[in-house]
Design a protein around this ligand. Structure first.
Ligand code: K7E
Ligand code: CUA
Length: 662
């Protein structure tokens, strides 16, 4: 009997024994004997199941997700870190956390933002001349080539402060943050076009463009949405701000966006809500925004021809606002670049199908998903066949003529992802289910799987590409009552792994997400990602310099003084820093250029100076530059922060700050 036939069918305890025995044949002899000794008798497995109160379904789920020591996961899951401001990297199917990537917010272990070069990246994201160190990360997107994840870069947005970051997957570190000069917040980002020509960032809450002031009474006239098309320079691995541009949008509270692919390549779609233009005023007896924004039966899906917009921008039909070229609505509306179509009701998710032929929208206050037909919409726009214009002169297509159909899903459909069989999986927030339906045959019954609880986004394996894998969906649940040991009133979120291979969806594993509320995630085949294991000697991961101009090699360590500037050229190697004694005067500005000169894998050191709030992680080959003002006299130990060797505790030195002589 083969293992896979067992897994697919009901698994009896006796079958499990056979399965374990089959698995054992492939192991080393010693392991084989150990396994046989422990589990070889059906009585003991049954006992184990009884003792741990496990059902056959539990055991099946365990077997599908267990990744034994020494084996690797099949997929990487890149989950936004929500309010942590960072990104979580998780292995699937084991659902084990692999890494937290420091992005917008200091990350202590990596020394991300603690006094070394990394602060210059965080500072790129400053807004309004202020240090911003808080972020609300919503949508990670992997770089694509021909609509397929290429495993090179990851882009994420910060909803709270309207910023986008570029993470290089060669070393899983953040290389760039761009601050949106036009918007006050964002949400429809960071979505990529099929060849990562652009990273799209659209605003969420309307505000006067360029962060100007205008009274709220002038909301309709002066407040605006905006879509920024950040041009990605693949050669440099950075966003090229000068080649980026934007489109003015009406103040409709744009929500999620997605770029077209294949049949819809060159197009993009953005949801909106609050087309009522509600602005609250609860203290003045006016209805809250929440109810003001839920009056209309229809809001507007924004249909954008970005390839044509790009041409208009190149032709100079823009206005410069806050240093950015902006295509204004009067141009984009009349040129067929920005067209609206109704969408029911307070929509949230906006997802293009893998074939690029349809756009699926979920209405939070509707029970349907609506499936828009890309070909029909193109035709309507080409024929200028509209049912009217909105208050901003933007043409509106007739809803009935633009859609392919609607599917009754349940209460509160949000986001939709896809598999390789023509199925769509929609998260249904209020009902707490994943709803599986066919985007090729709307008459097929909808299948539902209970999840725990209040699912927001969901993600499928390779799901946003032109060729999804199927296999797994992860439900990203907002609430986790009764799923984990209690940890006080702030509960972890709950990631639930769902197997979608068989005829029925199966819940396979729960993973508490303890550091944030992730919104979206993307799942990529593990073999597409090929990170470096050690840096080339002297590499500065922040500047990309190999080597950094201040990198130090063994034997060249030194201390250079120039007035009150003290530069220390230091090496770190098991188990000492050279130099290990640094004497400075109170008030000296000290820069430590420290190179980890190790070449072996996983030989990381770290360095911190007592009281100066600085820390840097020093992976093998890396050079970091740490600057601080030694303004408080004292004797400060500095030490290695990673347990790197048997004599790690001895890896230290002293910074001696001599009091100023008056
Ligand atoms: Cu939370 Cu995509 Cu920002 Cu929906 S969003 S859940
Ligand atoms: Cu180097 Cu611990």
């Amino acid at each position: 009997m083969r293992a896979y036939t067992l897994i697919g069918s009901t698994l009896f305890a006796t079958g499990l024994i056979t399965l374990l025995a089959v698995g054992c044949e492939n192991r080393h002899e010693a392991n084989k004997q150990a396994a046989t000794g422990n589990l070889g008798a059906s009585a003991s497995v049954k006992d184990l199941m009884a003792a741990r109160d496990l059902s056959e379904a539990d055991v099946e789920a365990a077997l599908k997700t267990y990744v034994p020591t020494g084996k690797m996961d099949e997929y990487y899951l890149f989950a936004s870190g929500g309010q942590s401001g960072n990104v979580n990297v998780i292995g699937v199917p084991s659902m084990r956390m692999l890494k937290v990537i420091g992005v917008f917010t200091p990350e202590s272990w990596q020394g991300w933002g603690f006094g070394d070069d990394t602060e210059s990246i965080l500072d790129q994201g400053n807004q309004g001349g202020r240090k911003i160190r808080w972020a609300d990360v919503h949508h990670p997107n992997l770089s694509e080539t021909k609509g397929d994840y290429d495993g090179k870069y990851l882009f994420v947005n910060d909803k709270a402060n309207a910023r986008v970051a570029v993470v290089d997957l060669e070393d899983f570190t953040t290389k760039q943050i761009v601050a949106n000069p036009l918007a006050a917040s964002d949400h429809g980002g960071a979505f990529v076009t099929p060849n990562t020509e652009y990273i799209i960032e659209t605003s969420q809450y309307p505000a006067p463009l360029g962060r100007e002031y205008a009274p709220i009474e002038e909301y309709a006239a002066k407040y605006r949405g905006v879509a920024v098309f950040w041009k990605f320079d693949r050669e440099k691995g950075r966003i090229d701000k000068d080649k980026s541009w934007a489109m003015e949008l009406p103040p409709y509270t744009q929500d999620l966006a997605d770029a077209g692919k294949l049949d819809s390549d060159g197009w993009m779609y953005i949801n909106s809500f609050n087309t009522e233009l509600a602005v609250g005023g609860t203290l003045d007896g006016k209805p809250p925004i929440e109810s003001g924004a839920s009056q209309n039966d229809m809001d507007y899906l924004h249909v954008i021809n970005w390839k044509k917009a790009e041409e208009l921008v190149a032709a100079g039909k823009t206005k410069t606002i806050a240093g950015m070229r902006v295509l204004m609505m009067d141009v984009s509306g009349s040129e067929g670049v920005l067209t609206l179509v109704g969408e029911p009701k307070s929509p949230h998710g906006c997802d293009v199908t893998p074939d690029g032929k349809h756009v699926v929208v979920g209405g939070k206050l509707d029970t349907h998903t609506t499936i828009y037909d890309v070909a029909k919409m193109k035709q309507l726009i080409a024929d200028k066949k509209f049912e009217g214009k909105d208050a901003y002169g933007l043409p509106i297509m007739a809803f009935k003529e633009a859609i392919a159909g609607q599917v009754e899903i349940g209460l509160g459909p949000l986001h939709t992802v896809f598999d390789d069989q023509g199925n769509a999986y929609t998260s249904v927030f209020i009902e707490s289910v994943v709803a599986k339906w066919s985007y090729r045959d709307y008459t097929k019954p909808v299948e539902k799987l209970k999840v725990h609880y209040n699912i927001g986004h969901l993600v499928s394996a390779e799901g946003d590409t032109v060729s999804p894998d199927g296999k797994y969906v992860v439900a990203m649940n907002k609430m986790s009552m009764d799923r984990f040991l209690p940890v006080g009133p702030l509960y972890p979120q709950n990631f639930q792994l769902v197997g979608i291979e068989g005829p029925a969806m199966r819940l396979l594993a729960d993973m508490p997400m303890p550091n944030s509320e992730p919104h979206y995630a993307q799942m990529i085949k593990a073999d597409k990602i090929k990170p470096v294991k050690v840096y080339k000697p002297g590499t500065n991961p922040v500047t990309g310099a190999e080597p950094d101009p201040n990198a130090v090699v063994g034997g060249k360590e030194r201390i250079v003084r120039n007035g009150n500037r003290v530069e220390v050229f230091m090496t770190a190697v098991r188990s000492h820093f050279t130099p290990d004694r640094i004497e400075v005067e109170q008030g000296d500005v000290v820069t430590i250029h420290v190179s980890n000169v190790e070449t072996a894998e996983d030989q990381t050191h770290g360095i911190t100076f007592n009281m100066y709030n600085v820390h840097s992680s020093l992976e093998p080959g890396k050079t970091a530059n740490i600057t601080f003002t030694a303004d408080v006299p004292g004797a400060y130990p500095f030490y290695c922060t990673e347990f790197c060797s048997a004599l790690h505790l001895e890896m230290l030195g002293y910074l001696l700050v001599k009091p100023k002589q008056n």
